[in-house]
Each structure stands twice: as structure tokens, then as C-alpha cells.
Design a protein around this ligand. Structure first.
Ligand code: AMP
Length: 276
């Protein structure tokens, strides 16, 4: 496995499968890399590690974001990556290059979920993905369902650009109590870690109700009881993230803060259960 810092050194590795990450890697990222290995079928498997400054709407969140480069490199090697692309900010955003950020698809601006609670976030996500995809030139990109709206945004963006890149979503990997694995979990105090377990319990509880209003109320009650600060817990159409529609797959999505740590999760609705 090689560590590449310059875009020019990536040219030999175009046309493979790509897993973009911000590092502080965990079992969720490992699963994505293994999936990418299955899909690569001998083509290059590239993992990027880049904490993208333009997608953080709070500068303190960027400063606090966990970083563990050496462990990350080991994990990538163990999971079979060929290349870790760890660019400098200048390599991703060359000084003087003023390409306009891509126009955002509706799913990045209308739902009132991550778009409303993290203004500017998807502009940064789309900007970095367009830049990274342009440097890595993959034929396939593996992304996590954990960031459901982000996955929907990238699918819509890539479909519109017509570049033929295949975006593959991978199911959320969870801790033993069901908490979705996340780099931010490292920032949780012991108390906040216990409270954080309420997010997945809220998704399960919401899944017990077939009426979406009841489902949302029941899920929010679980969060309130656990003392986390709910930003949203809503049932939505799985693809557009607009109102759920009869006969179309739906999803329940949650964002909440446990102490200062902001966490998100989502699940199919109704009927979500955890493996025993
Ligand atoms: P991040 O490093 O948080 O930007 O995440 C990089 C990729 O890993 C994104 O596509 C995420 O959706 C995905 N990811 C993060 N956590 C998980 C998880 N628990 N299960 C599956 N994929 C995940």
C-alpha cells in the first residue's frame, strides 16, 4: 500500500473504486473499504483521508474533529487498500483555482434536515467530492448509509453531471448497543456515550408505529427521556427526503446533541429492528 499526497501521483491509479473519508477511521469505514475491495475486482482501491475545511459550518467543530493518521493508515492496509490519498488542502483547493462550487440538487437544499441545521455543509461536501472525484477518477465510489442525506445528495449530483461514476451505498455499521459507529463517538464523555444510545432506540421505537406523526412523537420521547437535545426526528421519503409517500420507501432520520457532540442516524421505516 502507498501513501500519496500529490494529485499527479494518482494518475496510475485512475479507474478504480474510491472510499472518501475524513479519517479517524472505525469499523464503519473498514466495512466500506472491504466492500470497495469486493467491487474493485483487481482495479485500484483508493481511500482518501482529508478533513475538508469547507464542509464545517462551525470552525470549532473542524478544530475538534478527531485525527489519527497513523492508525488510519494501518486500518487501510489491513483492509486491503492500494492507496491512501492524503492530500494537503492546497492539493485539493489549489490557490488561485476559482472553479464555482457545483449547483446543489434539491435534496441538498429543501428537506430542512442537515441542510437547515448545518448551513453551507452540503455546498462544502459537494465541492470536495467534485474535487476528489476529479483527482481520483474512480469508476465507483462507496459511501455509508449512515449519512443518508449526504448519500442522496451525491447520487443526485452525480446523476446530473452524467459522469457515469457509480455511487454505492453501504449499510450502517453499529456498536453492540446499536449506536452507529462515528468518528465523533470518540468525543463522547462516558455520560454522553450512554445518552447517545438513545438515538438508535428512538429509531426502533419510531419503527413500531405505522402512522408517521405517532412514530415521530414516540421517537422524540425516547430522546427527551435520555436528555439529548433533539434537532430533528422525522419520517421522510427515502429518496427525495420530502414528505413520506404511500407506496414509496420511507426512512426515519434523527440528529441530536449529546452534551456538545452532534450525532446523526437513520433507518428504514417502519419496522426497523436491531439484530439480536
Ligand atoms: P466520514 O469520515 O465521517 O466523512 O465518513 C466517510 C464515509 O464513511 C461516509 O461515506 C460515511 O457515510 C461512512 N460511514 C461513517 N460511519 C459509518 C458507519 N457507522 N457505517 C457505515 N458507513 C459509515
Amino acid at each position: 500500500m502507498r501513501i500519496v499526497r500529490e494529485a499527479a501521483d494518482l494518475e496510475r491509479w485512475h479507474g478504480g473504486v474510491f472510499v472518501p473519508t475524513m479519517g479517524a477511521l472505525h469499523g464503519g469505514h473498514a466495512a466500506l473499504i472491504r466492500r470497495a475491495g469486493d467491487l474493485a475486482d483487481g482495479a485500484p482501491l483508493v481511500v482518501s483521508i482529508f478533513v475538508n475545511p469547507t464542509q464545517f459550518n462551525e470552525p470549532s467543530d473542524f478544530d475538534r474533529y478527531p485525527r489519527s493518521f497513523e492508525e488510519d493508515v494501518l486500518l487501510c492496509e489491513c483492509e486491503g487498500a492500494d492507496i491512501v490519498f492524503a492530500p494537503t488542502t492546497e492539493a485539493v483547493y489549489p490557490p488561485g483555482a476559482t472553479a464555482a462550487p457545483p449547483e446543489l440538487p434539491e435534496v441538498a437544499t429543501r428537506p430542512g434536515l442537515e441542510d437547515a441545521h448545518r448551513p453551507g455543509h452540503f455546498a462544502g461536501v459537494c465541492q470536495v467530492c467534485v474535487r476528489l472525484f476529479g483527482l481520483v477518477r474512480p469508476r465507483c465510489v462507496v459511501m455509508g448509509e449512515k449519512d443518508w442525506q449526504q448519500l442522496a445528495v451525491l447520487k443526485a449530483l452525480i446523476a446530473r453531471e452524467g459522469t457515469g461514476v457509480n455511487i454505492v451505498g453501504h449499510p450502517t455499521v453499529r456498536e453492540a448497543d446499536g449506536l452507529a459507529m462515528s468518528s465523533r463517538n470518540r468525543l463522547l464523555s462516558d455520560r454522553a456515550r450512554v445518552a447517545a444510545g438513545s438515538l438508535v432506540r428512538a429509531l426502533v421505537e419510531a419503527g413500531r408505529h405505522r402512522d408517521s406523526r405517532r412514530a415521530e412523537d414516540a421517537g422524540r420521547r425516547i430522546l427527551d427521556d435520555a436528555g439529548v437535545e433533539t434537532e430533528y426526528l422525522v419520517v421522510r421519503d427515502a429518496q427525495t427526503l420530502g414528505p413520506a409517500r404511500e407506496g414509496s420507501p420511507a426512512r426515519v432520520l434523527v440528529a441530536a446533541r449529546a452534551e456538545r457532540v452532534r450525532l446523526i442516524d437513520n433507518a428504514p421505516w417502519p419496522g426497523f429492528t436491531l439484530p439480536a
